[in-house]
Design a protein around this ligand. Sequence first.
Ligand code: FMN
Length: 183
Amino acid sequence: MTILHIDSSINGENSASRAISRSVVGQLRAANPGAEVLGRDLVSEPLPHLTLDAFSDSSVLDVFLAADTVVIGAPMYNFTLPTQLKAWLDRILVAGKTFRYTAEGPEGLAGGKRVIIALARGGFYGNGSPAAALEHLESYLRGVFNFIGIEPEFVAADGLAISPEQRELSVKQALGDTVRLAA
Ligand SMILES: Cc1cc2nc3c(=O)[nH]c(=O)nc-3n(C[C@H](O)[C@H](O)[C@H](O)COP(=O)(O)O)c2cc1C
C-alpha cells in the first residue's frame, strides 16, 4: 500500500490542516504497518504555475497515479484552496490520463483510489450559514475529485478564527474524527 501525503498550509507548525493530515496518515500507518508513505510539502517544495511545457513532465501525476491512498491537508485561504495546492491539481487533472470526454459526457479515469482531505477553515460554511455561498474549498475539491472518478472523504476543523477556545475544540474534534476515518 502506498500513501501519498500532501500539505499546502503556509502556517508551519501552527497549521491545523497539517496536524489533521498528519493524524490521518498516522492512523493509516497504524492500520497498515507495511505502508510506504511519500510526502510532498507544496510550501517548502512548491510547484510553479502551470505552463504548456509542464504537460511534458508527468512526474507529479505518476506519483499520484501510483498511490493507493492520498491524504491532502487543505486550508481555506480567501474562500478557496491555496494556490500551491491548485498548482498540484493542475498536474493531476490531465485529459486522457485522469479523465476523458466521451459522447455521453466526461468520464473519470482515476477511480479505485482513496482520497482523504483535511480541511481547516477560519469560519463556518454549513448550509444556511451567512457565508455558505463563499464556500469554494470543500465544494471545489469534491467536484474536482468526482470529475476524475473519486469520491473524496473529508475531515474538517471549522471556526478556527472565531476564538482560541473554538479553535481548540474544532481541532480536537477533527483529530478524533481521523480515528474513525482510518478504522
Ligand atoms: C491568507 C489567509 C487567508 C484566509 N482566508 C480565509 C477565508 O477566506 N475564510 C476562512 O474561513 N478562513 C480564512 N483564513 C483562516 C484559515 O482558514 C484558518 O487560519 C485555518 O486554520 C488555515 O489552515 P492552516 O492552519 O492549516 O493553515 C485565512 C487564513 C489565511 C492565513
